[in-house]
Design a binder for this molecule. Sequence first.
Ligand code: NIG
Ligand code: FE
Length: 413
Amino acid sequence: MSLLIKNIKKLVQIEEHQPVKWRAGKDMQMLPCLDDAWLYIENEKIADFGSMDTMPQLSAVETIDAKGKMVFPCFCDSHTHLVYAHSRETEFVDKLRGLSYEEIAKRGGGILNSAEATSQTSEEELFEMAMQRLNTIMRLGTGAVEIKSGYGLSTESELKMLRVIRRLKEESSLTIKANFLGAHGIPMKYRTHQEDYVNLIINEMIPMVAAEGLADFIDVFCDKGFFTTEETERILTAGIKYGLRPKIHANEMAVSGGVQVGVKYGAISVDHLEQMGQVEIDCLKNSETMPTILPGCAFFLNLPLSPVRDMINAGLPIAIASDYNPGTSPSGNMQLMLSMACVRYKLLPEEAINATTLNTAYAMDLHYELGTIAKGKIANIFITKPIPSVDFMPYAFGENKVETVILKGKLQA
Ligand code: NIG
Ligand code: FE
C-alpha cells in the first residue's frame, strides 16, 4: 500500500537528518517545516518527502491533493486514563459547590468511585467504551496514546483493565502503550493499613501483570493523601525487577518528593508537576526523565500552573499530554491542550507542537518511531483543513482543524 500527498502548503515538524530524541530548552522553538511539499508513504512508513519541484514520477499510486492544507505528525498523548466505566459529572458539580478534589477523594469519591464502577462493568463493555473514545481522539489528530490501568485497585479488576488495553492495542489503528497503575488510590478496606495494599501490588499484582506481559510501564500516584515516596520506591523497585519502566504521577497536590523518586529510578517521565521548586527543576537537569504537564487537569481542577517557562529556561524539555480521565480531565482533545499550553503556560506555538508530538513520543518510548515527519518513521500524520498558518492551530481553540487522519499509512474513515 502506498500513498502520495502532493501540493502540501506546509509539511510541519520534519527531520531531514538523524532523528533527535527530544527538543529541550531553547531548541523547543525549533520547528523545521517545508513549504509546497510532497510526502510519500509506503508500507506503513514515511518513505520520502520533499518540495514540489523535486516530486518524483510515481505511477499507480493513490494520490491526495492537499492544496491549501498542512500536514503534521499526529499528536502523541503520553498520559491518559481512557479506559473507564462512567463519567463523574456529579463530582464536577460538587466541586462547583465548593468541595475540593481531595475532600471528594477522602469520602470515597474520585478514583474509588471509578474503581467501583469498573468492578461492575464487563471487559467487553469497557472495551467498547474505550474504543469509541479512541476513535474520537483519533479524529482530533491523536495517533498514539498511553493508557493506564488504576481504576481497578484489586488484582482482578486491574488485570481486567490491562486486558482491555491489550485488546485495544490489537484492534485499534492507534499506537498504544499500557501503563500499570495499581497504586492510583487506596481502596477503602485498606485505609487503616495501607501497607497491606502496597504489599498486594508488589507481591501479587506486579508478578501477574508481568506474567501476562500486560504492561509497558509502571506508575504510582506519589502525592499527598495517596502514596508516599517510600511506598513509591518499593513499588518501582518491584516493577523494574519485572522489566517495567517507571512513569509516574508526581507533585500535583504537594511538593511530594515524587520528582526525585522518579529521576532516581530512571522514570521515562514525571507527570503533573504543579508543585515545583528550584530543587525539583535542578533534579530533572541531566536526567533522562521527561517533565510532563497536563493542562486539562490543571484547568479542570483550577490548580496552580506548573512553572513551565522556568523549566524551559533551565534547559529542560517539556511534554504536554491530556490526562484524559473522568475525574480531572474529561477531554482527550490534544488540539485543546495545544491551545491551553500557549494561552495558560505561554508556550510559543512551536514549543507547544514539540511538546505534544516529539516530546510526548519520548515519554512513551516511541521517539524513534513517531513524533516527527522523518524517513523510516511510522506514517501517523494528519492533513489539516485549509488553514492560514501553523500559529492558527493553537489560536483557533475549540474547533477541529484536522480533516484527514492517516495511521500506519492507512486513511482513517
Ligand atoms: O492524573 N492524579 C491522579 N490521577 C488522575 C485522576 C484520576 C481521577 O480523578 O479519576 C490524574 O489527574
Ligand atoms: Fe493521570
